[in-house]
Design a protein around this ligand. Structure first.
Ligand code: MG
Length: 646
């Protein structure tokens, strides 16, 4: 044991945060002392023997029967992963795992500086306050029974409380950064007490409570401090819910967890019912009838499913599952089917909007959980068992008309060709201005993956990167003068999922004076023909952008035919599938000048696979919703056409 350890241990044994009599009074007044099992606590407290009451309360919690949480039904027989062990050990040295995009973890000082902000990315500072290393410390304690993890956790837990006080924020705005009107305590509040971070702590402190409860760190005094801090967190969260979006979903689900796990609090039923009410309301607001979540981001879509499912699991576990109507369950099932449809046969997801790649292991784990919740659903079971049980849907191609996601697929197996097109409504915060874009997956290769997002928000440099990944021209779609789309509200003019050659025609009023119509033919379920037509009074340079994946040269053939003066250009592009990780890749642009009032057209033939193709694009006829086109691939001739009946 080094000197610092000895010092910390002394501090822990001697200097717990002072809990004065008045504060103790507060804590007992927050509990329902008539709750079964708290009889002795109640009588000791009534006699003024609060130290003994605290001891009795600790004994109660250590022996109470609880259904726990879906994540941790019991602390018996736990194991720890190498990454959890690393987080726990680094935390002993105050190297805190704040964000996986910033590894190795930073050192926050012997005397912890909770405001240390080495890179001015908001996420790094916010997420420090999620205390992601606390729960791994709990696992490390349970597995090793070494009290050092518990003692250090309790010290850091109290250090955080001391240095991150709740102060009044007049405007209740938690996303302000660099606002000189705020003093330093208030500025810190914007990070330490942002409601989403508070909700993380509310959820994870349940796990920490379970994991550390039998440790020497959980003295009666510490229990009172813990309960008081926890109560303060949930009450604060309840009064500062985010207005909308995935944040609100997380916050409501975690408030529900708090109410279900700690029924001993007087406020518990309020917490539980409040969470249920918000989730019942938001599932109607945030999910389109076709099952898509309104941020139009596969990652947050997945997160939203998990929020709704966790709430339902916790409610069923604690006997109040009937507070969610049947329609809640059927909406969640539609969301899961949506996710299964837009993802690829290897369980990877498109990285539209701010999405990151989720590992197969993680997604399979989710499917297995979902399949337990919806055992009758054969499609979910198929996904959960990797096809050993259950059934696939009847049709291969699938359109989601409200969300504007369209899936062209030749099969469900590893040798499939699959294109996912994103052409929907405006969407919410995480959605990017990318209407008409697509991802193409072929036999396990991400031939044309989305650029992803790389980072969210921060100072000038962080924002410059965010804007590069977010901009329209970083997508496989059409721009005017490389500008971002002014309008993102696509209309589906035609969707024929069946037959030899499925067809999609989608149109977006992209800019003032310029509409982009994109028609996509999935020819013989083998290759794609894209017809991009732009019309309207606007004048400018029209670009058709393609972003093949890194190292995908030679894995596809792409031929584009446009106006006679069309120019082909390659630029430097990027792709990101994880926060703060990016890989260089080519960005191919075909561009031509559009004169005012004239329309121009580009025809692109995109064939996946190494095989060489001699592609010829024949004459195209288009008039009032009718389009006819002939394509030759080597000597094979393909006559393509559609008629839109208004
Ligand atoms: Mg994108």
């Amino acid at each position: 044991m080094n000197l610092r350890r000895i010092f910390l241990s002394l501090c822990l044994s001697a200097c717990f945060l002072p809990v004065n009599a008045a504060e103790e009074e507060d804590i007992f007044s927050l509990l329902n002392l008539d709750y079964p099992g708290l009889e002795q606590v109640k009588s000791l407290h009534a006699l003024g023997e609060d130290a003994a009451a605290a001891e009795s309360l600790l004994a109660y919690f250590r022996t109470r029967k609880s259904e726990g949480t879906p994540e941790l039904p019991s602390v018996q027989g736990l194991t720890i992963t190498a990454s959890q062990q690393k987080m726990a050990d680094e935390a002993l040295e105050h190297r805190f795992f704040a964000h996986y995009g910033y590894q190795p973890s930073y050192f926050y000082g012997d005397d912890i500086d909770w405001r240390y902000w080495p890179v001015k990315d908001n996420e790094l500072r916010w997420q420090l306050h999620r205390h992601k290393w606390f729960t791994p410390m709990g696992y490390a304690y349970q597995v090793s029974r070494d009290p050092k993890y518990a003692m250090e956790w309790a010290l850091e837990y109290q250090d955080w409380i001391r240095k991150n006080p709740l102060v009044a924020l007049d405007d209740k705005e938690f996303e302000i950064t660099g606002n000189s009107a705020l003093d330093s305590l208030q500025e810190n509040m914007c990070y330490a007490w942002r409601p989403l971070e508070v909700s993380h702590r509310v959820q994870d402190q349940i796990l920490q409570f379970q994991l550390f409860l039998d440790s020497p760190a959980f003295t009666p005094e510490f229990l009172l401090l813990f309960l008081k801090n926890y109560h303060r967190h949930v009450e604060f969260l309840r009064q500062h819910y985010s207005k909308e979006g995935n944040h609100l979903l997380f916050e409501a689900q975690r408030t529900l967890y708090a109410g279900a796990f700690f029924p001993e609090f007087k406020a518990a039923s309020n917490w539980r019912e409040g969470g249920v009410k918000i989730l019942n309301r938001e599932i109607e607001r945030q999910v389109y009838p076709d099952g898509g979540q309104y941020e139009l981001d596969p990652h947050y879509h997945l997160a939203a499913i998990n929020v709704f499912c966790k709430a339902l699991e916790m409610a069923r576990l604690h006997g109040f599952g009937n507070e969610f109507p049947a329609s809640y369950g059927s909406t969640v099932e539609r969301m899961i089917e949506f996710y299964a449809q837009i993802c690829y046969p290897d369980y990877s997801n498109p990285c539209f909007s701010d999405a990151k790649l989720t590992t197969k292991e993680e997604v399979l784990g989710s499917y297995r959980r979902w399949s337990k919740l919806f055992p009758e659903n054969a499609f979910i079971r198929y996904m959960a068992t990797e096809g050993r049980e259950g059934e696939l849907p009847d049709s291969l191609c699938k359109g989601f008309m409200d969300s504007g996601f369209f899936v062209f697929r030749s099969g469900w197996g590893p040798d499939a060709t699959q294109m996912v097109v994103k052409a929907g409504p405006k969407g919410e915060w995480h959605c990017q201005p990318d209407n008409g874009t697509f991802e193409l997956w072929y036999k396990g290769m991400r031939l044309f993956p989305d650029s992803g997002s790389y980072v969210y928000a921060g100072d000038g440099e962080v924002m410059a990167w965010r804007n590069w990944f977010r901009q329209t021209s970083s997508h496989n779609t059409v721009t005017l003068d490389d500008r971002n789309l002014a309008v993102t509200q696509s209309r589906t003019l035609l969707w024929i999922p069946d037959g030899d050659t499925p067809v999609l025609v989608t149109e977006n009023p992209s800019y003032e004076g310029l509409t982009h119509r994109r028609s996509i033919f999935f020819v013989q379920h083998a290759f794609f023909v894209l017809v991009d037509e732009v019309y309207g009074p606007a004048h400018g340079e029209v670009g058709v952008h393609f972003h093949p994946g890194p190292d995908m040269e030679g894995q596809y053939t792409l031929v584009c035919q446009g106006p006679p003066k069309m120019v082909y250009e390659t630029r430097k592009g990027w792709m990101s599938t994880a926060y703060r990780h990016k890989v260089a890749r080519p960005h191919r642009v075909y561009h031509a000048t559009k004169k005012s009032g004239r329309s121009i057209r580009f025809v692109t033939v995109l064939l996946p696979g190494e095989k060489a193709h001699q592609v010829r694009i024949g004459r195209l006829f288009a008039h009032e919703g009718t389009l006819q086109l002939t394509i030759w691939d080597n000597k094979e001739k393909y006559a393509l056409q559609y008629i839109i009946n208004n």
